[in-house]
Design a protein around this ligand. Structure first.
Ligand code: NDP
Length: 485
């Protein structure tokens, strides 16, 4: 055996990851793909890389030293199960199978349990950064056992992105923890993208600036506290002109956003955990709304704000700078909410599934390689370094200051959007969440009253212990009740 690491699945992600591995000192990479043409092609196209091609699972296993370590990069779902079954047949106890695909974390929990019974280690590792990340350095979120991390850690550190001198990989937690965190990463990505899109829309419709002019605004923002990969690429996209029509590219792209499902997973899981990730949910729903042309077609004639209500939108040239600064601050505040909600989901997931997750370390490994990479993540790791069990991220001193500075702008932008009839679902739901958290009293008290009225669901009182029920259909006196929620 001559290889220390193997890759199974040589489509875009797998072949780039294999090349990344082969480019690092000390690695010899065994490669295998179900159809042999991809394996042959990779070897031929990259003579510089030290690959050991295999054309059967047996050869693949024979070419790896022990403990054998193989990363699977195949189509998530049944493909992953098929490859795991094949590898379990040819691997031995102590060997390590890593699934680097986008698996649902509950599948990873199930697979880890099944594979563990054979004595083989199974590690679900979230890998972020798309094709380019896989080739040059992704952000990697591995779960799995402590034992497998001993062998796997140095290999993954060698291929991960580097942010401020530190590799963007950490042992997230056991079994499905890595894929869980990757899922939430994607959810946050949805929210961040939606917020940026709302900011663009408001500036465009409010000030009449062209996409190229708005590209300049985003490029400027990218030099400040919003500095991030997503802001940077937004400027690039807005600046692009369509060769065929000469129009801004953004104006010829069909306005129906696609999705591969990880955002929906984040929201579904949050619903199960009872964690309000409203910013992420609005982002997922905004994509759904955009992708129903038949609904949009019949809705186009719905009445909008009347001109006589004085809400006609249009910012004068001299007010444009102020308006754009308001949008920037609204974006920043909403972004803080989205990340806070995402970290809240990770905290709740860890509690539910028994993982010990260092939230500050997660913020750090997202600083490089992945789509949501940003300076801002340092503020999050600082916040958790100061208070590791912080119940709500946005209550950390740095964010309190930022939200205090941004909130007047945020409120102006949300009300302007509402008055002008411009949808800003992620901006406005984030603000409502913020105000919900802040509230001294919530109308949840009334909801409890309603629940008690129709379902005798009982309620608690602010002034004494116990559980109570009002005899709504009787004389409406209050009785002490059993706690049935
Ligand atoms: P695809 O998701 O398109 O999957 C194609 C690969 O899966 C091929 O190598 C194919 O083999 C293999 N495959 C499918 N079914 C089986 C099976 N039953 N047995 C063996 N092999 C099978 O490849 P990508 O490179 O796009 O993605 C790989 C993984 O990485 C996916 O889980 C994806 O979600 C994840 N990912 C992708 C990102 C991206 O930007 N594309 C980013 C992050 C993660 P064959 O050639 O024989 O058909």
């Amino acid at each position: 055996p001559s290889a220390n690491i193997g890759v199974v699945g040589l489509a875009v992600m797998g072949s780039n990851l294999a090349r990344n591995l082969a480019s690092r000192e000390g690695n010899t990479v065994a490669i295998f793909n179900r159809s042999s043409d991809k394996t042959e092609h990779l070897v031929q196209a990259h003579p510089e890389a030290e690959f050991v091609p295999a054309f059967s699972y047996e050869d693949f296993a024979d070419s790896l030293h022990k403990p054998r370590t193989a990363i699977i990069m195949v189509k998530a779902g049944k493909g992953t199960d098929a490859v795991i079954d094949a590898l379990v047949n040819v691997f031995e106890p102590g060997d390590i199978i890593v699934d680097g695909g986008n698996a649902l974390f509950t599948d990873t929990i199930r697979r880890e349990k099944a594979v563990r019974e054979t004595g083989i280690n199974f590690v679900g590792a979230g890998i972020s950064g798309g094709e380019e990340g896989a080739l040059l350095g992704p952000s990697i979120m591995p779960g799995g056992s402590d034992e497998s991390w001993v062998t796997l850690g140095p290999i993954l550190k060698s291929i991960a992105a580097i942010a401020e001198g530190e590799p963007c990989v950490t042992h997230v937690g056991h079994d499905g923890a890595g894929h869980f965190v990757k899922m939430v990463h994607n959810g946050i990505e949805y929210a961040d993208m939606q917020l940026i899109a709302e900011a663009y829309d408001l500036i465009r419709r409010g000030t009449g600036r062209t996409p190229a002019e708005i590209a300049d605004v985003f490029a400027e923002w990218n030099t400040g506290e919003l500095e991030s990969y997503l802001i940077e690429i937004t400027a690039e996209v807005l600046r692009q002109t369509d060769a065929a029509t000469g129009l801004p590219l953004v104006d010829v792209i069909l306005d129906q956003a696609g999705a591969k499902g990880t955002g929906a997973w984040t929201v579904q899981t949050a619903l199960d955990l009872g964690v309000p990730v409203s910013g992420i949910a609005e982002a997922v729903f905004a994509r759904s709304l955009s992708s129903h042309p038949e609904q949009r077609a019949v809705s186009r004639e719905l009445p909008g704000p009347s001109a006589s209500s004085g809400t006609e939108f249009g910012v004068t040239a001299q007010d444009a700078e102020t308006f754009i600064e308001d949008v920037r601050l609204a974006l920043y505040a909403s972004k803080i909410v989205a990340y806070s909600q995402g970290f809240d989901e990770i905290r709740a997931g860890a509690a539910q599934y028994g993982w010990t997750i260092d939230l500050g370390a997660i913020a750090k490994i997202w600083r490089g390689g992945c789509i949501i990479r940003a300076q801002f993540l340092n503020r999050i790791s600082d916040a958790y370094a100061q208070t590791p069990d912080l119940p709500v991220l946005l209550t950390a001193p740095y964010f309190v200051e930022a939200l205090g500075r941004a909130q007047d702008s945020w409120r102006r932008i949300v009300s302007t959007a509402a008055a002008a009839g411009i949808p800003a679902p992620a901006f406005s739901s984030s603000l409502s969440y913020y105000d919900g958290l802040r509230a001294e009293r919530l109308p949840a008290a009334l909801v409890q009253g309603q629940r008690d009225f129709f379902g005798a669901h009982t309620y608690k009182r602010i002034d004494k212990e116990g559980t109570f029920h009002t005899l709504w259909s009787g004389d409406r006196t209050e009785i002490e009740a059993e706690d049935t929620h």
